[in-house]
Design a protein around this ligand. Structure first.
Ligand code: ITT
Length: 196
């Protein structure tokens, strides 16, 4: 069995790249598709798992490197799971995360059906021979007013259950210990640690 000494971290999102790189063992070299000039694929899957596999397959085929990709998003119960797999596009269409968060707060308030939400992350590792493994992690929490400056994306409006801080008020290590990506990674790690 061939040990993994380098991994393409298949994302164009800088916040994700930092988090995924920190989850992986230090001795493994992490490579960004941006540095290799590889663009993003079209994400036309219907689930986080499908989109994660689309990304891993695309980046793996284009780099010929073992690739780890993530598809993730914020699901809000009172909004029937929105923005969900369209979390990135929702922010893009509104011109950025600040406007997207303001819009979400307005919608949640108008619905008046509570603030329950969850972050979901599906991680896929794919080898150049086509072998792939996908695992999903979920962290439940509540939507709050915009608080904190750390992290990325929707971190300022998400407070995990059992904590008083939003993800953006936590320092990076604190968030990374508990978040959806860590939960997905722990499941994946059990299956791939033999390659490290
Ligand atoms: P890649 O496809 O290149 O990985 P992306 O940002 O488009 O980058 P997604 O399609 O998976 O990634 O979209 C996920 C969205 O959910 C994106 O807008 C993120 O900012 C947001 N998101 C995911 N995990 C998050 C986290 O831990 N904290 C805050 N926002 C998060």
């Amino acid at each position: 069995m061939q040990k993994i000494d380098k991994i393409l971290v298949g994302t164009h999102n800088k916040g994700k790249f930092i988090e995924i790189s920190s989850l992986l063992p230090e001795k493994i070299k992490k490579i960004s598709p941006i540095d290799l000039g590889i663009k993003s694929p079209i994400e036309n899957g219907k689930t986080f798992e499908e989109n994660s596999e689309i990304k891993a397959n695309f980046f793996c085929k284009n780099s010929k490197l073992v690739t780890l990709s993530d598809d993730s998003g914020l699901e809000i119960k009172s909004l029937n799971g929105d923005p969900g797999i369209l979390s990135s596009r929702f922010a893009e269409d509104l011109g950025g995360f600040n406007s997207a968060m303001i819009k979400i707060l307005e919608k949640v308030k108008n619905q008046n059906k509570g603030t329950d939400a969850q972050f979901v992350s599906s991680l896929t590792i794919q080898w150049p021979n086509g072998k792939k493994i996908t695992e999903t992690g979920i962290i439940k929490g509540n939507i709050t007013d915009i608080r904190g400056k750390n992290g990325f994306g929707y971190d300022p409006i998400f407070k995990p259950i059992g904590y008083s801080k939003t993800f953006a008020e936590m320092d990076y290590h604190e968030k990374l210990k508990i978040d959806h990506r860590q939960i997905a990674y722990q499941k994946l790690y059990k299956k791939i640690k033999v390659y490290f």
